[in-house]
Design a protein around this ligand. Structure first.
Ligand code: AHM
Ligand code: MG
Length: 334
């Protein structure tokens, strides 16, 4: 038992990379891990309690909200907000910023997608929580504003996700590698299971919702034709893997190699995924693991955010695979 490393201990040890740190970042990452345990408790009981089904409400993205999304959102806000470590928060389920109680003691901003892949909840397929942490730009937490949330992705101080799947896994980075932890329900702890994750330079999987083919531009269509051609020298054809939960599709490709693409479509001209809640945190993790993340032209982490719920096309995963997808998107490859 002595070599078991809990996420709390691991986060504490990461503090050595921040000599000036007061321990605050450690506390707030621990808060996120705690909130994840609360959400996990409900997700795994989802079939047992009367919690599934539509609420009938439409969220700010114009999508149907399920009860578990709301539950996860409320749990995270209350579990994390009550400690006063965050001065401001933004959630995919809330239209505007959230100012937690006692925010005058917090020096950080938290952005999160409480339950990503929510269309999969009813059918026992993996869903997840994604989060992103920024330091406030100013010194006064009482003056925290939306501009503290709209920082470039490269300014993130930490990011991570939790997958509620066949096992529950939490992955995080503070800019010093990517580390994964598997939840042991018998002791109620996340234990280090994937230290220093690095993603392969190229893979054999591609993940895209090909059902939207007719809505794709010519570059995306040509890319799909390319990826399906027979060419053993370049490992083609690739295999399709698409769960429809970004966090689960991303996690698989991170470990095995591959590329996830959510391109612009005629329905979603700017892609469907959200820069602040999905693309930025996963881009930070992906780059830390040696991968690449762009909107087809620009590095995700360099995009200047202009609004909380901004969407972006997303090309993310193994470096070589992402570059090829971008070249088709940009028309560099015929
Ligand atoms: P959500 O945050 O409302 O669950 O939506 C995001 C999800 C991603 O997890 C997934 O990659 C994508 O939507 C799937 O969209 P589509 O059904 O268009 O393929
Ligand atoms: Mg989402």
């Amino acid at each position: 038992m002595s070599n078991l490393i809990t996420i709390e201990r691991h986060i504490l040890e990461q503090q050595k990379f921040f000599p000036e740190a007061s321990g605050e970042l450690t506390d707030l990452l621990n808060d996120v891990a705690f909130a994840a345990k609360l959400v996990r408790r409900e997700v795994v009981r989802a079939g047992l309690v009367d919690i599934l089904g539509f609420t009938g409400n439409i969220n700010v993205q114009g999508e149907e909200v399920k009860k578990l999304d709301l539950f996860a959102n409320e749990k995270i806000i209350s579990a994390i907000g009550q400690h006063g470590r965050f001065a401001i928060m933004g959630s995919e389920e809330n239209e505007g910023i959230i100012i937690p109680p006692k925010n005058e003691t917090g020096n950080y901003a938290l952005l999160f997608d409480p339950l990503d892949g929510s269309s999969n909840i009813d059918v026992n397929v993996s869903v997840g929580t994604i989060f992103s942490i920024y330091k406030l730009k100013g010194d006064d937490p009482c003056k925290a504003s939306i501009s503290d949330c709209l920082q470039h992705g490269y300014e993130q101080v930490a990011a991570g996700y939790v997958i509620y799947g066949s096992s529950v896994v939490m992955v995080y980075t503070t800019g010093h590698g990517v580390h994964g932890f598997t939840y042991d329900p018998t002791i109620g702890e996340f234990l280090l299971s994937h230290e220093n994750i690095t993603t392969p330079k190229s893979g054999k999987y591609y993940s895209i919702n090909e059902g939207s083919y007719a809505q794709f531009n010519e570059g995306t269509k040509k890319y799909l034709d390319y990826i399906k051609e027979e060419d053993p020298a370049t490992g083609r054809p690739y295999s399709t893997r698409y769960i429809g939960s970004l966090v689960a599709d991303f996690h698989r490709n991170l470990l095995t190699g591959g590329v996830f693409v959510y391109p612009p479509t005629t329905k979603h001209l700017n892609g469907k995924l959200r820069l602040m809640y999905e693309a930025n945190p996963l881009a930070f993790i992906c780059e830390q693991a040696g991968g690449r993340a762009t909107n087809g032209r620009t590095r995700i982490l360099d995009i200047q955010p202009t609004e909380l719920h901004q969407r972006t096309p997303l090309y993310i995963g193994s470096v070589d695979d992402v570059i090829i997808a971008e070249e088709f998107e940009q028309g560099i490859r015929p």
